[in-house]
Design a protein around this ligand. Structure first.
Ligand SMILES: [Zn+2]
Length: 288
């Protein structure tokens, strides 16, 4: 038993999963959240100061190309939720491709938040709308939003109470919060994912965590679609999107264009891991 406090439900009952880069990954026995220990307080400063050369973080143009590939998979799913919507906020909008795609919606008020300076600059160019470089928790918008999207962003935000308190405050009655998140089963193993990117990722959701979030912050699940992570990880779209390593990029694009290679790898991965990890599309609603 570990004395660490769960950042979501504040329980001190958790179990050890594995370690990466001097951090432990613990699973909360109450809300199922997986969280790193020690758990950092503030990460915003670090994100702002990412140095693309030193840290080999994806350069912004490559980041944009990766977003283009990602939205080939998810834009249709998100678009289904946008009927009658007048305003949208994309939290962690990166280089702005999602907001750019939304410019075909007439009269849709679009806003992005991106802490990284170079990504925010590209997002302003590509999307042609306001992109604020301010943590969501401190954001004071002039209007509230019908939809807020957080695509692969939740795992980077440390303070659940401040985050969800703010989201509730700036969502319109009946508004939707759209999340793309990773979920996993308790028996997950370190080898299931090539690089967990800890401590960039502070936490991952367990299978019951979304329900606990809804209970705690008064949301209702409108849609919860779980696909095995292998479908994401070994999709042609993902394999065509550039990452940080040139060698891995070359292998990835070779595999992406080799017929049946990816489905075969996905199958082997699922057989080995028994489908313990998921990529999930979640729509939460607040009561009208
Ligand atoms: Zn918990």
């Amino acid at each position: 038993m570990n004395k660490a406090i769960c950042p979501l439900c504040k329980s001190n009952q958790s179990q050890y999963c594995f370690s990466e880069r001097d951090y432990q990954l613990l699973a909360c026995n109450t809300c199922d959240l997986f969280f790193i220990h020690p758990y950092p307080g503030e990460v915003h400063e670090r994100v702002k100061e990412y140095d693309y050369d030193d840290l080999e973080i994806l350069n912004p143009e490559r980041h944009y190309q990766a977003e283009v590939q990602l939205q080939k998979m998810y834009f249709g799913l998100i678009a289904q939720e946008l009927d009658g919507v007048n305003s949208i906020l994309d939290v962690g909008c990166g280089t702005g491709h999602f907001l750019e795609r939304l410019n075909t919606y007439p009269n849709l008020y679009r806003v992005g938040i991106e802490l990284n300076k170079s990504r925010a600059a590209i997002a302003r160019q590509k999307a042609g709308c306001d992109i604020f470089q301010i943590p969501i928790e401190e954001f004071e918008p002039k209007k509230i939003f019908d939809v807020i999207t957080m695509i692969n962003v939740l795992s980077h935000i440390s303070d659940f109470d401040r985050l969800f308190g703010k989201l509730r405050a700036i969502l319109a009655p009946g508004g939707k919060l759209i999340l793309k998140v990773g979920e996993m089963k308790k028996n997950v193993e370190k080898g299931d994912v090539f690089d967990w990117q800890i401590p960039d990722h502070l936490h991952f959701l367990g299978l019951n965590t979304i329900d606990c979030i809804c209970q705690k912050f008064n949301f209702k699940v409108h849609k919860h679609q779980r696909v095995p992570l292998s479908q994401d990880m070994f999709s042609p779209v993902y394999f065509k999107s550039p990452g940080r390593s040139k060698v891995r990029n070359a292998i990835k694009s070779l595999l992406a264009y080799t017929p049946l290679a990816l489905p075969a790898i996905a199958k082997i991965y699922d057989m080995r891991t028994g489908q313990r990890t998921y990529s999930s599309f979640v729509v939460l609603k607040i009561e009208a």
